[in-house]
Design a binder for this molecule. Structure first.
Ligand code: GCW
Length: 707
């Protein structure tokens, strides 16, 4: 094997990898269409747009790009409407341009034209144009009017101030607080470029398990230095607010949201933030969840808490993203119902600058969950989506799991809240309930690893999140295809196999970890590897334990959430509710989420439930092996360094898929009492062996949790 060198491809460029177009016909077309760039640069954002074009075009086209002159054949005109020749006004009027949108056109007389109302639209248009070139789209694809479907497209970093990252598997935090504000790592700019290329326009930089320290003046100045880098790229900074900061930072004796001194403290703090960070976005808040402080500590509601912060921010145009991930170990209700119980009655009580940020599913970003039952339950409230991009529950940074199919499954799901077609996506983009504000947040998987996200394919999930936040109607295949072309290669032989790998990867994870609607079978705390045996005695509370969720016994397995059980099905609208309630019609991929099912029940395949479970766990492992075989055939089309890294990680994934399968089947067998059919590989070790596996220092959690 040849030696790799430091100049090997390392994934740093992400999808902004500008290589010479290797299609001779397209190359000729684009070379003649984009010989000159006509642009009047009068803002930092337009400077960023020009810099990107001047970086990319010479590399993509292998010809120097000249700047200047007038619009016309052979030129690309880029600019705001107020900068463009009068002839272009009519084009824009027809296109009905959105504030963040753009129009990209190729005309015979005027050449290529990119128009936008605002600077940021020009920048988004530039990245769109470059994507067309990078993915080898024909010249006549320069004919598009685009606008984002959601207003706030946001990354949530769970970065601690000590630079560890909760659930982060790609190194440490990018925010180097120690050296800031005097030294700003150039990576911050590349981070901003990558986000802007997707239309991401907000980033909350700190962990929702928040430290009040970030609100101190010293940190605000550090943040201002980052904000200066983000601003040209249209990215606003948000922070997480620790609800009891008035006590820990302000020395008050209470954080009661209805206490006037508390409200005044927050107002002063917010005013201070805006003097230092004039385009601050607002707060993301986790309150009364998993031990975090919140308004319930004072007998107040989530609306009381959120509105108090919202009032402090309103004068500056700031927003509160109040998280709906709330549940209480002292409330005996099924955890997946608790957000509805606590929040749905508050519909209509939140201020207009409060957004309720709801995880995609009602539990906790499992490999598969039904959509969250709050979607469709709070029409008067702006509900935003929270996806987890980082793979806390999908193999951390060692498993290849492309998440767009998961995101799409939820976005496309029909809630039926206003009859057929009331999809989650239409609630999230605000169109169903007529909300002006709307948003999608993704919990970031980004860290200091040279390739940003750990696994070379994990960047596809950052990419997919951003693309869907911009346009949720894109398909998972289309996004994967774009990302592969931009990240690796346009060669059809590569694309076909690599696309196959990506498109089945999430289902593979579901099958070897927790098929048929099983959920939360993870080892405690770090969630790395199987722990179906984890019980309340081990983790201190039932709703963090696996046995609570799978409910396996000698009769069968699964959580009864029908009317004979917790009744969580009642939170969904008809006719979906009835479909779920009936064991005959409940989709099998969610069966054990909603039903406790006998081991010998016949499944659609004709197999018994136990045999089906064995089949699924084995198929998951087989899928990974297929992914390995497919990947092995791709050595030629791509660079050695990334090829080998993916290859090695797929080997890890195969080993871990077997670990999951064998541990889970052996454990469940202790209830079913049935053999694993001889046709399948038999477990390599005993159940005791798997139960005895301990991992210390797994990334993503703080060391103190082991102690
Ligand atoms: O999934 C759980 C994670 C916690 C996280 C929490 C949340 C930030 O295990 O690490 O805390 O969700 O979303 O608040």
């Amino acid at each position: 094997m040849p030696l790799q060198t430091l100049s090997s491809e390392d994934g740093y460029e992400l999808w902004l990898r500008y290589r010479l177009m290797d299609d001779p016909i397209l190359l000729t077309d684009y070379r003649s269409a984009l010989q000159r760039l006509v642009m009047r640069v009068d803002s930092a954002t337009l400077e960023a747009a020009r810099d990107e074009l001047m970086l990319a075009l010479p590399q993509l086209l292998g010809q120097a790009a000249s700047l200047g002159g007038e619009a016309g054949p052979g030129a690309l005109f880029c600019g705001r409407l107020d900068q463009s020749p009068p002839a272009f006004a009519a084009l824009a009027a027809d296109a009905d341009l959105d504030d963040e949108g753009f129009l990209l056109l190729k005309t015979d007389e005027q050449g290529a034209v990119l128009l936008a109302r605002r600077d940021i639209g020009v920048l988004y248009g530039v990245f769109h144009l470059l994507r067309l070139l990078q993915t080898h789209q024909p010249l006549d694809s320069l004919n598009v009017t685009a606008a984002p479907r959601t207003r706030l497209r946001m990354l949530n970093h769970w970065d601690n101030i000590d630079r560890t990252i909760e659930r982060g598997y790609a190194g440490f935090s990018l925010w180097d607080w120690h050296k800031l504000p005097h030294y700003v790592d150039p990576r911050c700019r590349d981070y901003a470029r990558a986000n802007a290329s997707l239309g991401i326009n907000a980033a909350s930089l700190t962990n929702v398990n928040a430290s009040a320290l970030i609100l101190q003046e010293t940190y605000l100045h550090k943040l201002a230095a980052i904000a200066d880098v983000f601003r040209p790229y249209g990215i606003r900074i948000f922070l997480t607010a620790r609800f009891n900061a008035p006590m820990t930072l302000g020395g008050l004796t209470t954080a009661d949201p209805l206490n006037p001194q508390v409200a005044a403290w927050w107002r002063r703090k917010v005013d201070e933030i805006y003097t230092i960070l004039p385009d601050f976005g607002g707060f993301v808040v986790k309150a009364n969840s998993e031990g975090e402080p919140g308004p319930h500590d004072y007998g107040r509601s989530h609306a009381d808490g959120a509105n108090m912060l919202a009032d402090a921010l309103a004068a500056h145009g700031g927003l509160v993203h109040w998280r709906a991930f709330v549940y209480d170990p002292n409330v005996p209700q099924d955890r997946v119902m608790q957000a509805n119980s606590q929040l749905a009655p508050l519909d209509g009580q939140f201020r207009s600058n409060v957004l309720l940020q709801v995880k995609n599913g009602p539990l906790d970003y499992q490999p598969r969950e039904p959509f969250h039952s709050l979607f469709g339950a709070m029409p008067k409230t702006v509900l935003t989506m929270e996806f987890q991009i980082t793979q806390e529950y999908l193999g951390c940074a060692t498993h290849l799991a492309y998440l767009a199919p998961l995101f799409k499954e939820v976005l496309d799901a029909d809630t039926y809240c206003q009859g057929e077609g009331s999809t989650v996506a239409r609630i999230v983009d605000g169109s169903l309930d007529g909300h002006r504000l709307s948003g999608m947040a993704g919990v970031s998987n980004i860290g200091t690893d040279r390739n940003w996200c750990g696994h070379p394919f994990a960047a596809a999930n950052w990419y997919a999140f951003g693309r869907l936040a911009w346009d949720h109607t894109l398909s998972a295949e289309q996004i994967a295809d774009e990302w592969l072309r931009m990240t690796f290669s346009n060669q059809p032989a590569f694309l076909e196999k690599a696309l196959d790998i990506m498109m089945q990867s999430r289902e593979a994870v579901v099958e070897y970890m927790m098929p048929l609607g099983l959920h939360h079978l993870f080892e405690a705390d770090h969630h790395y590897g199987p722990g179906p045996w984890v019980d309340a005695a081990r983790v201190g509370r039932a709703d963090w334990s696996s046995v609570y969720y799978h409910q396996a016994d000698s009769e069968g397995i699964g959580f009864d959430r029908t009317r004979t059980g917790s009744s969580a099905v009642s939170l969904y609208h008809s006719p979906y509710r009835e479909l779920l309630e009936n064991v005959e019609t409940c989709p099998e991929n969610l069966l054990l989420w909603f039903h406790h099912v006998r081991w010998d029940r016949r499944m659609k395949s004709g197999r018994t439930l136990w045999d089906e479970l064995c089949f699924m766990y084995n198929r998951g492992v087989e899928r990974v092996r297929q992914m390995q075989t497919d990947w092995d055939s791709l050595a030629d089309p791509i660079d050695l360094a990334r090829f080998e890294q993916v290859r090695a990680l797929l080997r890890v994934q195969e080993r871990e898929a077997r670990w999951w399968r064998d541990a889970c089947l052996l454990y469940f067998q202790s209830f079913s009492g049935k053999p694993i059919p001889a046709a399948y590989e038999q477990p390599e070790h005993t159940l005791e062996y798997y139960r005895g596996i301990r991992h210390y220092y797994v990334p993503g959690i703080r060391e103190r949790r082991f102690g």
